[in-house]
Design a protein around this ligand. Structure first.
Ligand SMILES: [Zn+2]
Length: 268
């Protein structure tokens, strides 16, 4: 197809890589540089219109964008239209992707990528290169770029590469990493680093390397003369913004509580 041929030629020029001319739009998209966080959405999922409910109002030229993704676009579509259609096709694929990655098959695909550390590793030293998972801060497109969630320190980071840093977070969604750990609880990283968990004022347990985690530095900051007497480390910690894992808007800790309750009822 001419459309596919043109796109792949442009991609080849920009990346210098060999493209597979016989591949579909999706495999072309996945092999394009910067799209490494995405997994393959299976065609039968896309072709089941039930899965796409509501997306027609979010994407302009929805029908043609869907045809482009599924390699059904007529070749006689005007050349000047193709550029904007490609943008809409990427948006549509991203929004479908966000729904796909929280299905059982989508989770399995993303789990494979997680095991290969395709999303990078936590930059925090005490996390010992823990692989990360992509997460959105909102499910609304064009608002926030993708962030990376560390299951060990339960914090979020920006991608190292600007190519990944500009990906829309809504293409992964706010629930995805927490859903993955809910479905694959054995993948939840073992919590280490006891010093980090000590409440303020309690002497930190010495780590294996003889250091005491973050406490000394925090104490130094907390007692700075610029701050008032009441300005303790505890107050700083209380005010620090913290990432709150959520699934469909519900805090994960509440979901865990609910699950324990359900299991208790079932056991009875
Ligand atoms: Zn971490």
């Amino acid at each position: 197809m001419l459309r596919a041929h043109l796109q792949r030629t442009v991609d080849e020029i920009s990346t210098g890589s060999d493209s597979d001319y016989s591949s579909s739009w999706i495999s072309w998209f996945l092999s394009s540089k910067g799209n490494e966080y995405f997994c393959e959405v299976e065609e039968d999922y896309i072709l089941d219109r039930f899965n796409l409910t509501g997306l027609n109002t979010e994407v302009q030229n929805y029908t043609q964008a869907l045809d482009l993704i599924t390699d059904n676009l007529d070749d006689d579509v005007a050349e000047e239209f193709r550029g904007s259609l490609d943008v809409q096709a990427r948006l549509l694929y991203g929004l479908i992707h966000a729904r796909w990655v929280i299905t059982s098959r989508g989770l399995a695909k993303m789990l494979d990528k997680y095991k290969k550390a395709d999303f990078g590793r936590c930059p925090r030293v005490l996390c010992q290169s823990q692989p990360l998972l992509p997460v959105g801060l909102t499910d609304v497109p064009y608002e926030k770029s993708v962030k990376l969630y560390c299951g060990r320190c339960e914090d979020i980071y920006s991608p190292k590469s600007s190519r990944h840093g500009s990906i829309d977070g809504a293409y992964f969604g706010t629930s995805f990493p927490h859903m993955l750990f809910l479905v694959y609880p054995h993948m939840i990283p073992q919590k280490s680093g006891i010093p980090e968990l000590s409440p303020p004022g309690v002497k930190a347990v010495e780590g294996a390397d003889g250091r005491r985690g973050r406490r000394p530095r925090e104490e130094a900051e907390g007692t700075s003369e610029v701050m008032g007497e009441e300005f303790s480390t505890a107050n700083v910690a209380m005010k620090a913004e913290r990432y709150r894992p959520r699934i469909f808007g519900f805090q994960v800790s509440e979901i865990a509580k609910l699950q324990r309750w359900q299991e208790a009822i079932r056991d009875r």
